[in-house]
Design a binder for this molecule. Structure first.
Ligand code: SAH
Ligand code: CA
Length: 213
C-alpha cells in the first residue's frame, strides 16, 4: 500500500494519535513478524478512528467483513458496551486463529464472534434483525459493491457503513487492476446512492463513511 500523504506527515499523524493499549501493539508486532501481508492491518490511526466511530455511534452491534489477525475488530470491540456484539467474517482459519488468541487475552474479546467462511455466505445467513449500528467493509475488494448492497438493508437508520482502502493507493484516479476498477466502481455507487450521506476521508489508504438516511 502506497501512502497517500508523505511518510513524515503520516508518522506525525501517527505520533499525535491516541496510543492503543499494549495488547494491540503486541498484535501489530506479532502480525508484522509472522504474516507476509501484515500491511493489511489498519494500525493505530485508523484503529483509533474506528474505535471513536463505534463510541460516537453508541453502537451495540457491529459487523466486520475481513478480520485478518484482528486489529480492527479488537479496536472496535473496546468501544462496545459490555453486552455489545461484534461479528467479524474471515475465510482464512489460520489468521482467524491468531485473532481469537488475541481476543481471548482481552476483556473485550468476549464481545467478538468470528464467523469463519465466505463473508457473503455469512452475511446472507444473518437474520434481518436486530440491525447493525456499524459495518466495516475490509475484505476482497472485488466484492465491495456486493457487500454494500447486502449489508445496507441490515443497517439501522442512522447507522454507518465504513469502507477501507477506497483510494487504493491513488489508483482509483486511473484504475489499472481488477481491484482498482472495483473500488472506483464502489466509490461511484456510494456517491450516487441517495440512501446514504457520504464522505471520503483521505485517512491512510482512504476511508469512506456512508450513513444510512
Ligand atoms: N481488518 C483487518 C484487515 C483485513 S485484510 C485488520 O485491520 O487487521 C482482509 C481479510 O479479508 C483477509 O484476512 C482475508 O482472508 C479476508 N477475506 C478476503 N476475501 C474474503 C471472503 N470472500 N470472505 C471472507 N473473508 C475474506
Ligand atoms: Ca484494509
Amino acid at each position: 500500500m502506497a501512502l497517500i500523504i508523505d511518510r513524515d506527515l503520516e508518522r506525525y499523524v501517527h505520533d499525535h494519535t491516541e496510543p492503543p493499549p499494549a495488547l494491540l501493539d503486541e498484535l501489530r508486532e506479532h502480525t508484522l513478524a509472522n504474516e507476509p501481508s501484515a500491511g493489511m492491518q489498519v494500525g493505530r490511526v485508523e484503529g483509533t478512528l474506528l474505535k471513536l466511530l463505534v463510541a460516537l455511534m453508541q453502537a451495540r452491534r457491529v459487523l466486520e467483513i475481513g478480520t485478518f489477525t484482528g486489529y480492527s475488530a479488537l479496536s472496535m470491540a473496546e468501544a462496545l458496551p459490555p453486552d455489545g456484539e461484534l461479528i467479524t467474517c474471515d475465510r482464512d482459519p489460520d489468521v482467524s486463529r491468531v485473532a481469537r488468541s488475541f481476543f481471548d487475552r482481552s476483556e473485550h474479546g468476549k464481545k467478538i464472534r468470528i464467523a469463519l467462511g465466505d463473508a457473503l455466505d455469512t452475511i446472507r445467513a444473518l437474520p434481518a434483525s436486530p440491525a447493525f449500528d456499524l459495518v466495516f467493509i475490509d475484505a476482497d475488494k472485488e466484492r465491495y459493491s456486493t457487500y454494500y448492497e447486502e449489508v445496507l438493508p441490515r443497517v439501522r437508520r442512522g447507522g454507518l457503513i465504513v469502507a477501507d482502502n477506497t483510494l487504493w493507493s491513488g489508483e482509483v484516479l486511473a484504475p489499472q487492476t481488477v481491484d482498482g476498477r472495483a473500488l472506483a466502481a464502489f466509490n461511484d455507487l456510494v456517491y450516487r446512492d441517495p440512501r446514504v450521506e457520504k464522505v471520503m476521508l483521505s485517512v491512510r489508504d482512504g476511508v469512506t463513511l456512508a450513513r444510512k438516511r
